[in-house]
Each structure stands twice: as C-alpha cells, then as structure tokens.
Design a protein around this ligand. Structure first.
Ligand code: TYM
Length: 330
C-alpha cells in the first residue's frame, strides 16, 4: 500500500493556507494510502519558544487536525518528539547533506535574514524534515508549494544515501511531493504578493481556522484588491483578486477562471468568498469545541499514534545504521 507522510509545526495558530494547501489533502489521502501525520514540535524549536505556549499549541494543533477530519482509526497521528528515531536519523542525514546544499534553502535565507539569533537548528532543519519523511518509507508527501525545495532535498538525500551505502539494495524509499494544483499558495489578504503565514506579523491578512466567523467575514471583505473593477484571474497583474478566486477554487473544486466569469464587481465576489470560507470553517470549529471537552481522549490518540509510528520508524533506522556500519545495539 502507498505510504503518505506529512507534518505541521505547532507555531502560531493554524491558518487557511495550511488548510487549503495541506490539511485537506491529508484528510483525502488517509482513505487512499497508509497515512502518517505528525505535529513536528522539534521543528518549532528552531526559533525560541515559550515553553507553556509550545505545550499548549502542540496539543491544540493535534485537536485541530482531528477537527479537520484526520481519523485516528484510519491514519496515524503523533507528536514528532515522541518518536526519538527522528532525531537520530536527522543526525545521519546532516552528515549526508552538504553544507552548500543547506545554505541554498530559500526558507533558511528568508528566516535568517535580519534575525537577531539564528540557531544552528534553523540551518539543519531540512535534514530533520528529510528524516521525518524517510523513516516511514514514504511514497508521497502532501504539502503546500513552499515546501517544494525541502522535498527536493529529501529526495536527493535518499538517493545519495542509497548510492553510498545501499550496496545494491535501497535503504530509503525516494519520496514524491504531492502539491495541489489550486490552494498550494494562499496569499496574505493585505499583502497578496506574500504567502499567508501563521506568524503574527499580519493579523488582518491571515485567516485562522479557529477564528470567530464574523472576523473572518470582515477580513475577506476588507481584502486588498486593486483600483480596477474587472474580475479576472491574473495572479501577476491582479494578485488580490486572484487570491480570492484561488481560495474559492480550492474550496469548490472549480477553476478560478470559471469562477471569475460569474462576477462583474468586487463586492459580490468578496461576499461569496467570505461565505464559502465560513461554511468551510464552521463544522471544523464545531468539532474542535467538542474535542476540547475531552483532552484525555486526544492524549490517548497521540500515545497510540506514537507507538504505531515507532513500529515503522525503528526498523528503518536500524536498516540505516546497519548500512552505515554502526555496531548494532544489543
Ligand atoms: P508548516 O507548519 O509551515 O505548514 C504546514 C503545511 O501548510 C502548508 N502551507 C501553505 N499552503 C498553502 N498556502 C499557504 N499560505 C501555506 N502556508 C503553509 C505548508 O506547505 C505545509 O504543507 N517544514 C514543514 C513542516 C514539516 C514537514 C515535515 C512537512 C516538518 N517535517 C515532513 C512534510 C513532511 C513546515 O514548516 O510546514
């Protein structure tokens, strides 16, 4: 059976881009493949975190994933740091990756530029991400467009490791990225040339999955468009309008160009976009409220998930250790 793996960081609150770019694919994939979904708390540590907040956000994120529709009876849901194989394989892959290769990662460049403190972990982040993926013999990784380069690196590392140490049999499966055709890059509503992100620097441009729906509606109605009035899908010339059309397309499954033909003014377009987003979020928020009442249930799901994940990750790590010439642990 095909194996799917993906992860999400517990930094900031889950936003619409996470949902449309990744989480909706996770929900679909769980019925088509053997799926492993991970709250990657160790990745959050690459920038300083408040301990109380990190703990709360990690559990909140697990509950949002359940509310979005991850079914723990079908998929394996777990917390990265509960499976220590991730960090051990990460070291091995740091020694497989070239310094220059990591230095070329655009996310590292973006996040380190102008930062007061740049941790070594921020630099080696993609090796940990590759470890996450390779531990599960993953065939397919559903992610948004911003993870494309990291996925390429994970593939390169798998191929290089197999070539160096495989001795005729591959140690790692070479994964493929699965990036949706629409919704892979949801843009900020106020700055439509940059992607919507969890970071708190653009609250008016970001829609949170758990946000009050009146506020969601208001933000979409105030989204930046342009001084023209024509509704047309043209991300270069009309990034704001095109972003709204892409969001609608990702929700309805229609083409953004087709949706555009139904509008002659921005007002009705925004009103319909707001309604579609609210209809998408409403049931998720209802399920989340139910889950809040049962934190013990979520903890039990995560404990079982970690056990299932470890049963797959440990043999893969043992294979890598053996191939490298590390003496087996007895
Ligand atoms: P993270 O936590 O930033 O985001 C989780 C997922 O949401 C997607 N995404 C978006 N998609 C469309 N439009 C947007 N504006 C938008 N913002 C975020 C991301 O592409 C991602 O799929 N490095 C990863 C986490 C990770 C991971 C992994 C992913 C760690 N290990 C192994 C896959 C496999 C990250 O920071 O995602």
């Amino acid at each position: 059976m095909t194996r799917v793996f993906s992860g999400i960081k517990p930094t900031g609150a889950v936003q619409l881009g996470n949902l449309l770019g990744a989480l909706r694919s996770w929900v679909r994939e769980q019925h088509e493949a053997d799926s492993f979904y991970c709250v990657v708390d160790l990745h959050a540590l690459t920038v300083p975190q408040d301990p109380t907040e990190l703990r709360a956000r990690t559990l909140e994120l697990a509950q949002v994933l359940l509310a979005v529709g991850i079914d723990p009876d079908v998929a394996t849901l777990f917390i990265q740091s509960h499976v220590p194989e991730h960090t051990e394989l990460a070291w091995i892959l740091e020694c497989t990756a070239a310094f220059g290769e990591l230095r070329r990662m655009t996310q590292f460049k973006d996040k380190s530029e102008g930062a007061e403190f740049v941790s070594a972990g921020l630099f080696t982040y993609p090796a940990l991400m590759a470890a996450d993926i390779l531990l599960y013999d993953t065939d397919r990784v559903p992610v948004g467009d911003d993870q494309r380069q990291h996925l390429e690196l994970a593939r390169d590392l798998a191929i290089r490791f197999n070539h160096r140490y495989g001795a005729g049999t591959d140690v790692f499966v070479v994964p493929e990225a699965a990036i949706p055709t629409v919704g892979a890059r949801v843009m900020d509503l106020q700055h439509p040339t940059r992607k919507m992100s969890k970071s708190e620097d653009s609250p008016q441009g970001t829609i949170l999955v758990l946000e009050d729906l009146t506020s969601v509606e208001r933000k979409i109605k105030r989204a930046v468009t342009d001084t023209e009035t024509e509704v047309r899908f043209d991300p270069e010339a009309k990034p704001g309008v095109s972003n709204l059309l892409s969001i609608m397309a990702a929700i309805t499954g229609e083409e953004p160009e087709t949706i555009a033909t139904r509008y002659t003014r921005y007002g009705p377009l925004k009103a319909d976009a707001a309604e579609l987003v609210c209809e998408l979020l409403r049931p998720i928020q209802q399920r989340y409220a139910e889950l809040l009442a049962d934190p013990g249930g979520t903890a039990a799901i995560l404990a079982k998930g970690a056990e299932k994940a470890r049963a797959v990750a440990a043999p893969t790590l043992a294979r890598a250790r053996e191939a490298l010439g590390l003496v087996p642990r007895s």
